[in-house]
Design a protein around this ligand. Structure first.
Ligand code: SF4
Ligand code: SF4
Length: 232
């Protein structure tokens, strides 16, 4: 899932600025699960914006709507009228959702209400941890299912480094020191009797599949529908 956090209210209010009609758009998927941008958060934020504006003597017409997935055109079609009537759209989706709204409604002023943080999973109630950096060439098959790209501070492919100590990474202090990813990989492979994998030197990673300065794209020809001449 994509994990995000809500921006500070002062920043959101500054982004919304003088817009009179504000549409707060929640997203019903990842950001709902991490309690950052679902229907509940959209409702609370809408109320805060209304109250703040009232206190400033600058009344705003704030409404809220939540779509199942902001990143999909079909769900955004359903809010076209509301978006077109708004002076500003405050998206509580991840960065993809914000851009999906901005692309689908080119005239709309769209601002983000969240900071998109990482691809991760829940670790405990109210806690999420990063698990993937979307490198485009997954190594988990030889690392015991533990990602050295997202979980090693140096993204080492042949670890651990000399800073690994007592199972902890050298990065961080006190309780905030994360586990050394390569210690975890070693322990896992040892338990599985697959330590030969850690003694094989991994070649340099081809980072072109990760970030090469431009947006990545995946096209599955087998899943494409015949063109209807519509917008992509
Ligand atoms: S190796 Fe790459 S694709 Fe696989 S989990 Fe790590 S960052 Fe994600
Ligand atoms: S201590 Fe472990 S996790 Fe930290 S940078 Fe070194 S190898 Fe990576």
């Amino acid at each position: 899932m994509i994990v995000a956090e809500q921006k500070p209210l002062a920043e959101i209010r500054a982004l919304v600025g003088d817009a009179k009609r504000v549409l707060v758009v929640g997203c019903g998927t990842c950001v709902t699960v991490c309690f950052a941008g679902g229907a509940k958060e959209a409702g609370v934020l809408g109320s805060l914006l209304r109250m703040g504006a009232q206190l400033d003597g600058n009344v705003k017409d704030v409404s809220e709507v939540t779509v199942q997935r902001q990143c999909e055109r079909e769900y955004l079609d359903g809010i076209r009228e509301q978006v077109e009537q708004a002076d500003a759209v405050l998206s509580l989706g991840c960065g993809i959702g914000v851009q999906a709204i901005a692309e689908q409604f080119p005239n709309a002023i769209v601002v983000p209400g969240l900071n998109t943080s990482f691809l991760g999973k829940p670790a405990a109630h109210g806690e999420w941890v990063e698990r993937c950096a979307a490198c485009g060439n997954c190594l988990l098959g030889v690392t015991g299912g533990i990602c050295p790209i997202a979980r090693c501070a140096k993204q080492l492919l042949n670890g651990p480094c000399g800073g690994s100590s007592k199972g902890k990474c050298e990065v961080g202090t006190g309780d905030s020191k994360p586990d050394c990813a390569w210690q975890l990989i070693y322990d896992k492979l040892k338990a599985q009797d697959r330590l030969h994998l850690i003694t094989e030197v991994a070649p340099p990673k081809d980072w072109r599949t990760s970030r090469d300065g431009g947006p990545r794209r995946i096209v599955r020809e087998d899943l494409k529908l015949p063109s209807t001449g519509g917008q992509k």
